[in-house]
Design a protein around this ligand. Structure first.
Ligand code: CO
Length: 211
């Protein structure tokens, strides 16, 4: 077995010991149930660990991750996570967290075929097309890349708001705020993009559901 594989099993034992030293009841308490106030939708990238970035303990954040933190309305996995978080756990915040240097976003700017993932990346290309006037005006490639990362996060926050799940929650008077963040791989800091949508009236009329 590889050294790395053995190391992670060993790490787990250490983590249990350290956690119990801090709070002898921590696992017993966690086993009783969860009540996280936050749903995190982030990128699968190994360098963007949800809990660590925001200092959240086990039980404090419900997490969904996929390539380039996408909110795709036919993605049953994302819909199930969102529905459970909003309607059962009653989270009060949903954060879509993208990150600079995202490989999925970079791939969407280019034309190379990578495989099956091309079909996932296509959704990101749609976001490029939606914003191409702004993006094509940016000469510096790095700057264009960074702006695309930010625009994609904003679009995903709007896509969240367009779901029947979020619109129903708002209609029922549930407290639910949506946020768009970008994480800096080289700084560790997040930036709040301040996408403020708190009712379906902030959406284009065609997306407003009568519930
Ligand atoms: Co990424």
């Amino acid at each position: 077995m590889s050294k790395f594989y053995e190391k992670i099993l060993e790490n787990n034992k250490k983590w249990v010991e350290e956690s119990l030293a801090l709070d002898p009841n921590c696992f017993e308490d966690l086993a009783k149930g969860q009540n996280p106030p936050l749903l995190w939708i982030g990128c699968s990238d190994s360098r963007v660990p949800a809990n660590e970035i925001i200092g959240a303990k086990p039980g404090e954040v419900f997490v969904h991750r996929n390539i380039a933190n996408m909110v795709i309305h036919t993605d049953m996995n994302m819909l199930s996570v969102l529905d459970y978080a909003v309607n059962v756990l009653k989270v009060e915040h949903v954060i879509v967290c993208g990150h600079y240097g995202c490989g999925g976003i970079k791939a969407a700017m280019g034309n190379s075929s990578i495989g099956i993932i091309d079909n996932w990346i296509r959704h990101i290309k749609d976001v490029y097309r939606l914003n191409q006037k702004v993006l094509n005006r940016i000469q510096n490639e790095e700057e264009r890349f960074n702006t695309f990362v930010e625009l994609n996060v904003k679009e995903q926050v709007f896509d969240l708001a367009k779901t029947s799940i979020v619109q129903s929650a708002w209609k029922n008077g549930q407290t639910l705020s949506l946020h768009g963040w970008v994480y800096g791989l080289n700084s560790g800091f997040v930036t709040d993009l301040k996408v403020n949508i708190s009712s379906n009236e902030d959406l284009d009329e065609v997306y407003q559901l009568i519930l």
